[in-house]
Design a protein. Sequence first.
Length: 355
Amino acid sequence: MSPVGETTLPHPENTTTPHPPPDAGSEFAPLLREVRGQGLLDRRRGWYARTIVINALALAAVVTGMALIGGSWWVLALAPVLAVLCARTAFIGHDAGHAQISGNRATNRRIGLIHGNLLLGMSSAWWNDKHNRHHANPNHRDKDPDVAADVLVFTSEQAAVRTGFRGRLTRHQAWLFFPLTLLEGLALKLYGFQYLRRQTGRERLVAGALLVAHVAGYVTLLLATMPLTHALVFAALHQALFGLHLGMAFAPNHKGMDMPDPDGEKWGHLRRQVLTSRNVKGSFLTDWFLGGLNYQIEHHLFPSMPRPHLRLARSMVRARCRDLGIPYTETGLVDSYRQALRHMHEVGEPLRADI
């Protein structure tokens, strides 16, 4: 039975990973033709231009506010606002990495460098490399970097070998997940500098210069607009809330969904993306807060589809899944977190039993 608040249509009996029929490779083609025929893969340059300009103006307004009230502790009220705007900036960089914004590769790269490296101090090249591998094999135990064993683990096999401090983390990882996301903003900056070692020539020079420019600009902005104590508290609050926001946007999408067996039968594109992804239902506010990633199934099926078209493709994808008997899972926002955390809690259960 599906958890309360979750819609799963339909689900074959006695199995969590339906076996694809012999013609699985053709399952996606009719859906692709329908989506393309509706123009949903066409670029939305005007929509993205407005989104980028509005985000830039909002960032400028916050910087102006910091300069005007930086001498007062009231400036801390702008830290959550800046965190939200930085998440908007990350969503723009994400879309550029998927070529949603422009059909020109160089244009998308420049947008990614500006919104990732310069404005966030986060390497767009590192993100694209990691994220594209995730999209190719979502939730695959060996191939998806997002479920590789790190601070958190996502399979019982990963948990079984955890000892010492890491073992203690795993035992309580469900409780620690959201507190750990408070460090994600800083971690993303660190990963960006580490990734420079894998880049060469002009690419490394440009990426590294923009990362350094971000750090220098961020520190200069804080120290030029407010006293040192204010600046330290502002930076800590801003970076923590930025990491939390990103964690809240990405956590509901795959955690607790099917994880393909590396030795098992291969799925076609449609099943591989649908069975491992979860949509989050909600209002326009949910779409805005999650940057369109709440339509995770549609995004994974059509990574280059512009963000405003994802919700329009939803009914077509649901209908195709219904016709094929493939579970299409969507749930409310709170319940999506509950399911993801429940999965992480269950993974750590054997280590708690050994105490």
